[in-house]
Design a protein around this ligand. Structure first.
Ligand SMILES: [Zn+2]
Length: 135
């Protein structure tokens, strides 16, 4: 019988959470924000090179994200993505002071993440949206 290591055990739990979570946030390759096209770049070593899991480069219209790994799970990637989006929103709307408030940025990102991940939909919701988008 193969002995289960601590890392293997943690990895197994992470995989289980991933399967259990029905709603995942799809991280796009790009999106529009205030007339800017924001590009998302993935990096293998951001956590070591920059000591950060994400970077928002306002002038370059770019978000750089650390790829998920054994220690850094998918939920954290999703929250980091939203965290960097909040930075860009503040930076692009002349709210530099708010953008420097990491706790405020984190609270907003976490709450938006919670709302999106816990959202429940029915077929009726989809139908309503289809009818409205046909206008
Ligand atoms: Zn930040």
């Amino acid at each position: 019988m193969k002995k289960l290591t601590k890392e293997g055990y943690i990895n197994g739990i992470l995989k289980l959470f991933y399967i259990m979570a029905k709603n995942r946030l799809r991280i796009p390759k790009e999106f529009e924000l205030l007339g800017h096209t924001i590009i998302i770049e993935w990096n293998d070593n951001l956590e070591f090179d920059e000591e950060a899991y994400g970077l928002a480069e306002c002038i370059k219209n770019k978000i750089i994200l650390q790829k998920p790994n054994k220690q850094y799970g998918v939920t954290q990637v999703e929250e980091t993505f939203l965290h960097e989006v909040i930075h860009l929103i503040f930076d692009n709307t002349s709210h530099r002071k708010e953008s420097k408030n990491e706790i405020l940025v984190d609270i907003i990102a976490s709450l938006i993440h919670q709302m999106l991940i816990s959202a429940k939909y029915t077929k009726e919701n989809d139908l309503i949206m289809k009818i409205k988008s046909k206008k």
